[in-house]
Design a protein around this ligand. Structure first.
Ligand code: CA
Length: 157
């Protein structure tokens, strides 16, 4: 786990305790004790400005924008057009990932007056169409007990 990654408590704002836990998990991962269940590798970011905000979903409720309903959330810094987030201790099952490139770092997905995103949007399985994210079922993937890596390249409009 990248120690610079900040995990945000689900259904709440940033908690110092959660950040501290993330750092502990990062240390444990470095020691090989808590491997990632799911690693999200984000590439093709058009700049290193801002950060990548990732949400992990285990149900369609709120997907993909009401991230307070997500199972977990994290943000990661960008290096050379890429970013990486680790989610640990996940049960095998069906999940979906949404993310966006928060270039101005304001915590929100910026849109133009037509509601088209002005920041890059990525969804697991590449489930982003010409008008934005597709249906939750198109984004769902099966996470095996052995873990998985999801590589997601955001779309920019
Ligand atoms: Ca933004």
């Amino acid at each position: 786990m990248d120690p610079a990654v900040t995990h945000l408590g689900a259904r709440g704002s940033v908690l110092r305790a959660a950040a501290g836990l993330a750092l502990l998990l990062a240390a444990a991962t470095a020691a090989g004790e808590t491997p990632c269940s799911l690693r999200v590798e984000d590439d093709g970011l058009r700049s290193d400005a801002g950060e990548v905000r990732v949400a992990l979903w285990s149900s369609r409720e709120g997907f993909p924008e009401e991230t307070a309903s997500a199972l977990d959330r994290a943000l990661a810094p960008i290096r050379e057009g890429g970013a990486s987030v680790c989610f640990a201790s996940l049960a095998p099952g069906r999940y979906a990932v949404s993310l966006f490139h928060d270039e101005d770092g304001d915590g929100a997905l910026d849109r133009n007056f037509l509601r088209i995103p002005r920041e890059g949007v990525g969804i697991s399985n590449g489930a982003v169409g010409p008008f934005g994210p597709r249906d939750y079922e198109e984004a769902v993937f099966e996470l095996p007990a052995s873990g998985a890596v999801q590589r997601i390249t955001p779309r920019y409009w």
